[in-house]
Write a protein that binds this ligand. Structure first.
Ligand code: NAD
Ligand code: DAU
Length: 351
């Protein structure tokens, strides 16, 4: 095999789409998916590739240095695409240390494992770190995040991702590791864990449960279909310049309240409900602490230099997403049973 790529976090939302794309598009590569299977990781997301001859799964925690060494040696790992992380901002507000452990300590562990495995030939291997636009902070006066926007993380989640980005760049500078970083805006699509706004609302509309909108719903996010992010990761992995950063976004800004209304309208149609039925579920609740007002990515660099651009319009992507959740009731029931119920009542009751 020409490459043996370690994809971390491949059982999560974005990771499963990246794994599926690489396994099917590059049969000549061996794809090793390493994931700790936290509450957010789910092997059901990988059913379509689990029998593929160029795919294998390793259950391991990126905090476990010995386990990482074993995986690098066993699979002769040539490159890393690092997605494993604690990813939910609300959880970072209640348990910041969990985010330091996985996102900072775990990333440095992974960098060390790669440095050790690739000693003497660091220039032949790529460490690709997948990150977020939240590292740039919050936009208040218009404008966009570019690759040169100074870091200004505002939540424990974004602070941990910013720290991990800095470590990756520090390893490039200090040890001459070949690295690349991309910072992407909000993803949506199939397999999204229903703690996040869009799948949470789809699930609640389906079950006629309240739709919790933080504050006045005026916060703005820039949404990108998850498969377009996976295509961008493919592009950056193969064509990105080592040492560079690429911002990835959908040029698709929405206020939260408008997204929730759109979901209500579309789901009323799809479920054959009277127009206006689901909107009655909208409930304004206490705002997120330190809630970033607006994120917006300027994706001109990846468009111009690497030729990537989003393929789907939001309207089309949202239809695909809703239809996927309606067709995958078993998946939804599975991920919303057990610990999800505890999380939901702790987070939303009396909010
Ligand atoms: P997710 O929470 O859906 O999945 C994370 C995956 O990482 C899960 O499979 C989980 O089991 C695994 N994981 C967590 N801790 C681990 C550990 N210690 N060791 C090994 N595996 C572990 O997250 P996602 O939304 O798919 O995000 C993936 C990456 O992309 C993250 O780094 C995130 O910061 C970044 N990102 C996400 C978005 C978004 O909108 N979701 C946007 C930009 C960047
Ligand atoms: O911008 C990229 C980031 O997008 C990623 O790095 C994160 O991993 C990902 O979780 C996402 O972060 P957000 O905080 O923007 O996503 P979330 O879906 O949690 O929230 C989107 C917006 O909706 C945000 O303004 C908060 C609001 N919200 C969220 C929830 C869960 C609500 O109003 N109600 C809710 O119940």
């Amino acid at each position: 095999m020409s490459k043996s790529i370690l994809i971390t976090g491949g059982a999560g939302f974005i990771g499963c789409h990246v794994v599926q794309l690489f396994v099917t598009k590059y049969p000549e590569y061996k794809i090793v998916n390493l994931d700790a299977l936290t509450y957010a990781g789910n092997l059901e997301n990988l059913k379509s590739v689990e029998e593929a001859s160029n795919y294998c799964f390793e259950k391991a925690d990126i905090q476990d240095a010995d386990a990482l060494d074993v995986v690098f040696t066993k699979h002769h790992i040539t490159d890393v695409i690092h997605l494993a992380a604690e990813s939910h901002v609300d959880r970072s507000i209640t348990d910041p240390l969990a985010f330091v452990k996985t996102n900072v300590f775990g990333t440095v562990n992974l960098l060390n494992a790669a440095k050790k495995a690739w000693a003497g030939e660091l220039e032949k291997h790529l460490f690709y770190h997948v990150s977020t636009d939240e590292v740039y902070g919050s936009l208040h006066d218009g404008g966009f995040f570019t690759e040169t926007t100074p870091y200004d993380p505002q939540s424990p989640y974004s602070a941990s991702k910013a720290a991990s980005d800095h470590f990756v760049r520090a390893y490039a500078n200090t040890y001459k590791m070949k690295t690349v970083v991309s910072n992407c805006s909000n993803n949506y699509g199939p397999n999204h864990f229903p703690e996040k706004l869009i799948p949470l609302c789809i699930n609640n509309i389906k079950n006629m449960r309240p739709l919790p909108v933080y504050g006045k719903g005026e916060n703005v996010r820039d949404w990108l279909f998850v498969k377009d992010h996976a295509r961008a990761i493919d592009t950056v992995f193969h064509k990105g310049k080592p040492g560079e950063t690429y911002n990835i976004g959908g040029f698709n800004e929405w206020k939260n309240i408008d997204i929730v209304r759109l979901l209500c309208k579309k789901m009323d149609e799809k479920l054959g409900r009277e127009p206006g039925t689901s909107e009655k579920l909208i409930t304004f609740v206490q705002d997120r602490a330190g809630h970033d007002l607006r994120y917006a990515i300027d994706a001109a660099k990846i468009q111009k230099e690497l030729g990537w651009e989003p393929s789907l319009q939001f309207d089309e992507g949202i239809d695909i997403t809703i239809d996927w959740y309606l067709a995958n009731e078993e998946w939804l029931n599975h991920v919303t049973s057990g610990s999800y119920q505890d999380y939901y009542s702790e987070h939303y009751t009396n909010r």
